[in-house]
Design a binder for this molecule. Structure first.
Ligand SMILES: *Cc1c(COP(=O)(O)O)cnc(C)c1O
Length: 426
């Protein structure tokens, strides 16, 4: 067995060899800080800043005419951003639109695709998903007069951190009309087998959609090829669109005839929208699932940010991301084997997302001790630490440094200075 080279020089060598290293210069990195939280809020790039200014200028310069004038006319912005995002999710250009937020897009897609009929009147989700998704599903059921206690089925996890494909498939019973699952679990970072789950759902006549919040911009997808019915995501995590940036959704083109469950004038065919008729002629693209006026200034940074993804390529990003998380885990095992950390993310690279998830009884105060050293992880109640070294702007040397500092914190019990409870945000 090769033993890991634990020297700083080795980390620096990995940085030298990194084909993505120049992208770090495109980002504003918080001063003297190691930022390992890009899976919660990605950092700002110069490109994102610049396109935000460009769209502010078009408001300044054109007023109302900014809808059709300027470098990026606002009327077509959501479609343009959809086209730019399509390669990241493996979709055709017109299957993706940038609109809404994760949660409102989920509401839209469930309102559109959940058609309870006879005994087929339940939604299948999982017990590990992010609360907002579950709240949305519960409220959509209530809107249809169905009791979420009976009609929302949540696949159980055997180990509190991961889901077994066979358990999900076993839950695809005759009474399930719709399935909504995450692509990557937000705590453990497990990647679900979207291809197999889609095939199995379709064999049983069930519509299936995925929440890509933790996978878009981090791992490649082939949504169209896999036949996934719909997907939705936020753009402020790995896509670096900025706080509250506009979300995204995908609808497979075979569903383009489906009228939006939640309609508005931006659901219109673009050339019909200003006819102002009281009968909606909805777009025959994913654009049909927009509702109202796009949040132009909250979408603007994405124009610049997505250019970076076009240049770097999602496969190179994925490769470096795996290298970073593997390196972190190897160093952790070698240097911090004695301190009760449990590695709770999958070790298998095939199913490991873009962050590391550690469990520790003192997780809350270890996070506070890391923050006191200007290292930004995030804490997930009750005992989890998420660490996300991001391929576009983090380095191997930063990983090495974090391990050294974490080792000091543990050896010297520096975390004991802090209370073991979470702050308001994390
Ligand atoms: C980040 C995240 C959300 C957030 O939803 P918003 O509507 O963007 O606030 C929802 N679901 C998952 C799985 C997430 O990771």
């Amino acid at each position: 067995m090769n033993s890991l080279d634990t020297t700083k020089a080795y980390a620096q060598k990995l940085d030298q060899e990194d084909i993505l290293k120049s992208f770090r210069n495109d980002f504003y990195l918080p001063k003297e800080t190691i930022y390992f939280d890009g899976n919660s809020l990605g950092l700002m790039s110069k490109q994102a800043e610049s396109t935000l200014h460009t769209l502010l200028d078009s408001w300044k310069t054109y007023g109302i005419d900014g809808w059709t004038e300027g470098e990026h006319p606002w009327f077509y912005l959501s479609e343009k951003l959809g086209e730019m995002t399509a390669p990241l999710v493996g979709a055709h250009k017109n299957e993706v639109i940038i609109t809404g937020s994760t949660t409102t897009n989920l509401h839209q897609l469930v309102a559109t695709f959940f058609k309870p009929e006879g005994n087929r009147n339940k939604i299948l989700a999982d017990e590990l998903n992010f609360p907002s998704d579950i709240y949305a599903l519960q409220s959509q059921l209530k809107l249809k007069g169905l009791d979420p206690k009976e009609h929302l089925i949540r696949v159980k996890s055997k180990d509190h951190n991961t889901l077994a494909t066979e358990d999900i498939i076993a839950a695809m019973t005759d009474d399930i009309a719709l399935i909504v699952l995450p692509s990557v679990l937000y705590r453990s970072g497990q990647i679900l087998d979207m291809k197999t789950l889609t095939t199995e759902a379709h064999r049983r006549g069930i519509i299936i959609g995925f929440d890509l919040c933790h996978s878009v911009g981090a791992i490649p997808h082939e949504l169209a090829e896999w036949g996934v019915d719909f997907a939705f995501w936020c753009t402020y995590k790995h896509l670096n669109g900025g706080p509250g940036s506009v979300g995204g959704l995908y609808v497979h083109q075979k569903h383009f005839g489906h009228a939006p469950g939640l309609a508005g004038w931006f659901s219109s065919k673009k050339d019909k929208q200003f006819d102002m008729e009281h009968t909606l002629t909805h777009a025959d693209t994913a654009g049909a699932y927009q509702i109202g006026t796009p949040h132009v200034l909250s979408a603007a940074p994405l124009l610049g940010s997505l250019e970076i993804f076009q240049q770097a390529g999602i496969h190179a990003i994925r490769q470096k991301s795996l290298q970073l998380t593997s390196y972190f885990l190897e160093l952790l095992k070698t240097e911090l084997g004695d301190y009760d950390f449990v590695i709770a993310n999958p070790l298998d690279e095939e199913i490991r997302g873009a962050h590391v998830f550690l469990e520790h009884p003192d997780a809350a105060r270890i996070c506070k001790a890391l923050k006191a050293e200007k290292i930004i992880p995030d804490f997930r109640s009750p005992n989890g630490i998420r660490i996300a070294p991001v391929a576009l702007y983090n380095t191997f040397e930063e990983v090495w440094n974090v391990i050294q500092i974490l080792k000091k914190i543990m050896e010297e019990k520096r975390y004991e200075k802090f209370e073991n409870v979470r702050g308001v945000i994390a």
